[in-house]
Design a binder for this molecule. Sequence first.
Ligand code: XMP
Length: 514
Amino acid sequence: MSEHEKVLVIDFGGQYNQLIARRVREHNIYCEVLSYKTPIEKIKAEHPVGLIFTGGPASVYLESSPHISKEIFELGVPVLGICYGAHIMVYTLGGTVTEADENSQAEFGRTECDFDGSCALFNGLRSRSVVWMSHNDHIEKLPEGFRAAAHSAKCPYAAIEDPERKFYATQFHPEVNHTEQGFDMLGKFLYDVCGCKGDWTMSGYAQTAIDEIRAKVGNGKVLLALSGGVDSSVACALLSKAIGRQLTCVFVDHGFMRKNEGDEVEKAFADWDVNFIRVNAGERFLAKLEGISEPERKRKLIGEEFIRVFEEEAKKIGKVDFLVQGTIYPDVIESGAGDAAVIKSHHNVGGLPDYVDFKEIIEPLRLLFKDEVRKLGIELGLADYLVWRQPFPGPGLAIRIIGEITREKLAILQDADLIFREEIAAAGLDRDINQYFAVLTDMRSVGVMGDGRTYDYTLALRAVTTSDFMTADFARIPYEVLEKASVRIVNEVGHINRVCYDVTSKPPATIEWE
Ligand code: XMP
């Protein structure tokens, strides 16, 4: 992909780093995120047409804060600094940044801002609009060559510029939606200042990726573990177009899929030019999990069994040359995070380990964000069902049945979950709610149906909104929709006499119950 014009986002640890990268790509410009620690030679070798410095939680005057070498400003490449990125630019080039005090210029949230239309970032835009501020520190004295380009009531340097050297900086965050015209401001930096043409499109990407895969694979054999999730499905479609029957997809149906899901996945790939192997291993997984109710144990057993099944299939196929992984860009970006506590052991069919005898790994999606993976899926003509599929955990419904898993409980949950999904879709909420599903608790309670007493399961409904699945809020579903789902579930599915809605956010809860 090296022939594309490229912008580098230099990451100073802010919360919007990936968002900035996505905004740049929405302008059809390829972009990567690199740590501020990246050596200058590496940055140079990437031949960026522009650099964007992100925000960050630190104050520039602390020794422990991220700093950057002055040399980066000597590359002759335009720079846009955002918030902390603005401070670091000012600080490094000889201006001053001041700590907030009691008369501070700290600003948080929506702020009215006035722009100077002669600045390339604001040229042709409305001269006053709302921006999103989030800063304690502020620019006190500009470095030589700079001038003010925007101000707010509290902040005389809401934006600054040195047009001669093509350095621009904003105290506010143009990348967030709350900044009106922010997307356009980024566009002006990219197109008018950096001189980008916008050569990053999905059809272009698909063709380049297909050519590269063909060149790499030659007439070798390729193996892909297909889960039916968006990433592995799009990878499958791409490889199918590139190398057809040289690809073998193994879809291990562990029996914990949602209602009819195994068949739907199989159907979706029926017309694609690939070798498709579906392994119906439901009985085997059920047997393995018999009597197990501890969540981590369930996850581990399913993960291990999955590998066993896949391994057996791979052996039948014989020696393969390449294994496909559905790695996407957020997995690739260096993260500064330390060792996080293990909350749940994730089982991801994309991440198969090294037991299969293969030469090399192919990661055809490693440059893409999730929404770009979807765009690519659409571009390739993949079924809508797969492109817009909500995330589904590797261990499937096994971790949505609390306690021991039985065939009966699995059937109950599949039926109830289908009804909930149907009602969410019927209410037109399926694209607004990021994940929604039913959980079968192991609690029974007393109810009355007809004239008789019942003693049956309690079902929980869970629906969340989230942008990254790291934190989430429970979805504010209208009562009427919940009511309809609840009435249908209790009437149409046996052995459920009570339905609850989970109103906890993450944290303190997690999205899945196990
Ligand atoms: P939690 O429950 O940790 O879930 O808040 C966060 C997101 O991850 C999904 N999830 C998984 N995905 N393998 C996966 O590929 C797994 O083992 C797994 N467990 C949870 C979950 O559905 C949610 O989207």
